[in-house]
Write a protein that binds this ligand. Structure first.
Ligand code: ZN
Ligand code: ZN
Length: 287
């Protein structure tokens, strides 16, 4: 499988896939939404939904290379984790094999960015070696915002139990954790922006290079259908109203800037442009 790659100025961004699931009833992720609601948006077929309105979703990380930097954003669920969501508990995926096939080494990653600390965004930070959890990327600074880290430590929602112990504490103990501001400038054109609602300390990552820009969303939205229906709340949104406001603000800004928009859970063709369509937007994939 050839990895999907996009160019933004001096940088390349690569999708490292953990898993894509298809033909999923939308109400599993969007409790107020039926398949008929999705099927009204014919532009979602075939990349993002099937003709019946069942949706596809992905768990993937984005690797960013350029100007001597090698960063990884939101490293997925991980193998062998103890998680409250049965589908993610104690799984095995060939993620590190795909990461290597895309030309990366664990030692080569200099920074790991987390949009938030849900289980499916921190998992590969650690791997089990002889029964204990060890950092996977031993030379990387792992970035956390204070609000998100405190929320995660308190067991912020039922899905995060075990996440701190297995995927974050070993990073802190190894001295590889850095607390950063929610609007931190990471250098070389990379910058965080607070995008709260899905979680209290959620951030997204902007990349600007040579007159081009890109936005890695994290979970301020989960599926391209939410471009057309920004009020649709995802089951994990901690503050659904704040998440709705964040979606509108960020979709509007991404459309205005013509940014390459990379949806962290978008399936099949996860990068594209946001175009204004009536009162809302559409996602137009590229590549
Ligand atoms: Zn999430
Ligand atoms: Zn997620």
């Amino acid at each position: 499988m050839t990895p999907q790659r996009w160019t933004v100025g001096e940088f390349t961004i690569t999708s490292i896939l953990e898993e894509q699931v298809e033909h999923v009833p939308p109400e599993l992720f969007f409790p107020s939404v039926t398949a008929a609601d999705v099927a009204r948006h014919a532009w979602l077929v075939p990349d993002f939904a099937d003709e019946r309105g069942y949706i596809a979703l992905r768990v993937q990380a984005f690797a960013i290379e350029g100007r001597g930097r090698r960063m990884l954003v939101d490293p997925c669920v991980g193998n062998g984790k103890t998680l409250a969501i049965p589908y993610w508990n104690d799984r095995e995926w060939p993620f590190l094999e795909r990461f290597a096939a895309a030309g990366f080494t664990p030692e080569g990653i200099d920074t790991v960015v987390h949009t938030h600390l849900h289980a499916d965004h921190v998992g590969w930070d650690t791997r089990r070696v002889d029964g204990s959890w060890e950092p996977t990327f031993p030379r990387a600074r792992h970035l956390y915002t204070e609000r998100e880290l405190e929320w995660c430590k308190r067991g912020g929602n039922p899905g995060v139990q075990g996440v701190y112990a297995e995927s974050i504490a070993p990073i802190v103990e190894a001295g590889l954790a850095d607390l950063v501001d929610e609007d931190a400038d990471l250098g070389d054109g990379l910058r965080l922006e607070p995008t709260r609602g899905h979680t209290p300390g959620h951030v997204s990552l902007w990349l600007e290079s040579a007159g081009e820009s890109a936005l890695i969303t994290g979970d301020f939205l989960h599926h391209p259908a939410q471009c057309a229906e920004p009020t649709w709340a995802e089951v994990g949104d901690a503050d659904a109203d704040e998440a709705r406001a964040t979606r509108r603000r960020m979709l509007s800004r991404a459309a205005g800037r013509r940014a390459l928009f990379l949806g962290t859970h978008f399936p099949t063709r996860p990068a594209g442009r946001i175009e204004v369509h009536g009162e809302a937007w559409r996602f137009v994939p590229v590549g």
